[in-house]
Design a binder for this molecule. Structure first.
Ligand code: NAP
Ligand code: ZN
Length: 347
């Protein structure tokens, strides 16, 4: 048995999203039914519906930044109650048994985590994301939204927030750390706020100075245009950690040159073409090039609590569902300050 709910979906790869309806499973013993308030637009939604990451199953409803309220709980649910404000991010399940899952790193589930959309679920159906009015999710993949945080502005934390928080914690950023964030878009701008709140000295490396005032307001100490060769030269050998959030290919060697010895460049952006790196960019100063994928569920809760405590939310532009396709164009053109959030009552 299923329930039909309103949604927006891409009917085929690269096609504009359109209004439709999708089925949600009945609430199982461990499930919660969430009435969605807001869904964020992540650049990953765009990569996916435009088929930039390989074959998808269509029609596809994207959306993995979700905040809403619990409408119904299954008989065995203990973590959430009807009426609770809750969030769902990029995963809705995992094997729960492997080494990664038992360490709270469900995003690295060795059998593959079950993404919030476009992935085969345990019942064989393809998961459908948050651009809809309701979603049914296993309670273990639902987090509490802290009191006092603005729901619309907190919605992007469910992907953008945790994707930056997790590497910042993993590489133990704190007072004294010199951190650079490449690209100040949806992910990057939240990263600047979180890294600054952790006590790091933050530099933004952006492709222009257009957003400099914002970057400094978010807590960056320095803001550098990557086209400024002299400014880039002056930064060589200075950073402990560089986090790349850019959605297109960059000249990696130029950025690795900015790390001090033992420094780490963490790749978060996911362009479809391979990254190219000279071996000597890593060898000479024992530098590392790493990747990082969102964060675990417990860590997502920790991140939300950290953000609530430090007054951190995303800067958002709230839209109705009929503006999604235009919003996608504006994200690709880096013309959003800094995340679109869709009002789910308009689906
Ligand atoms: P976004 O809002 O579009 O931000 C990307 C930023 O990259 C832009 O604001 C811009 O920053 C820079 N940029 C864009 N086009 C550029 C170009 N042609 N040349 C140079 N810089 C350019 O995207 P997002 O939602 O933050 O996502 C960023 C990437 O992370 C995407 O590839 C997404 O799929 C990926 N992602 C990864 C994870 C993960 O777990 N690893 C999670 C979520 C998303 P400036 O204007 O400051 O230069
Ligand atoms: Zn995302």
């Amino acid at each position: 048995m299923t329930t039909t709910v309103a949604a927006y979906a891409a009917p085929s790869g690269g096609a504009p999203l359109e209004k439709t309806s999708i089925d949600r499973r009945d609430v199982g013993a461990h499930d919660v039914l969430i009435e969605i308030e807001y869904a964020g637009i992540c650049h990953s939604d765009i990569h996916t519906v435009r088929d930039e990451w390989g074959k998808q199953t269509y029609p596809l409803t994207p959306g993995h930044e979700i905040i809403g309220h619990v409408k119904e709980v299954g008989s065995d649910v203990t973590r959430h109650q009807v009426g609770d404000a809750v969030g769902v991010g990029c995963m809705v399940n995992s094997c729960q048994e492997c080494e990664a899952c038992t360490e709270g790193l469900e995003q690295y589930c060795v059998k593959g985590n079950i993404g919030t959309y476009g992935v085969k679920d345990k019942d064989g159906t393809i998961t459908q994301g948050g651009y809809s009015t309701h979603v049914v999710v296993d309670e273990r993949f639902v987090v509490h939204v802290p009191d006092g945080i603005d729901h619309a502005a907190a919605t992007p934390l469910l992907c953008a927030g945790i994707t930056l928080y997790s590497p910042l914690r993993h590489w133990e950023v704190g007072p004294g750390s010199k951190v650079a964030i490449i690209g100040m878009g949806g992910l990057g701008h939240v990263g600047v706020k979180i890294a600054a709140a952790m006590g790091a000295e933050v530099t933004v490396l952006s492709h222009s100075l257009a957003k400099k005032d914002d970057g400094l307001r978010f807590g960056a100490k320095n803001y550098v245009a990557t086209t400024d060769e002299d400014a880039m030269k002056a930064l060589r050998g200075t950073f402990d950690l560089i986090i790349n959030t850019v959605s297109v290919n960059l000249p990696m060697d130029d950025y690795l040159a900015l790390l001090r010895f033992d420094g780490v460049l963490v790749e978060l952006g996911a362009p479809s073409k391979p990254l190219s790196v000279q071996a000597f960019s890593l060898i000479g100063m024992r530098k590392s090039l790493a990747g990082s994928c969102i964060g675990g569920i417990a860590e997502t809760q920790e991140m939300l609590d950290f953000c609530a405590e430090h007054g951190i939310t995303a800067e958002i532009e709230q839209i109705g569902a009929d503006a999604i396709n235009e919003a996608y164009e504006r994200v690709v053109d880096s013309d959003v300050r800094y995340r679109f959030v869709i009002d789910a009552s308009t689906f």
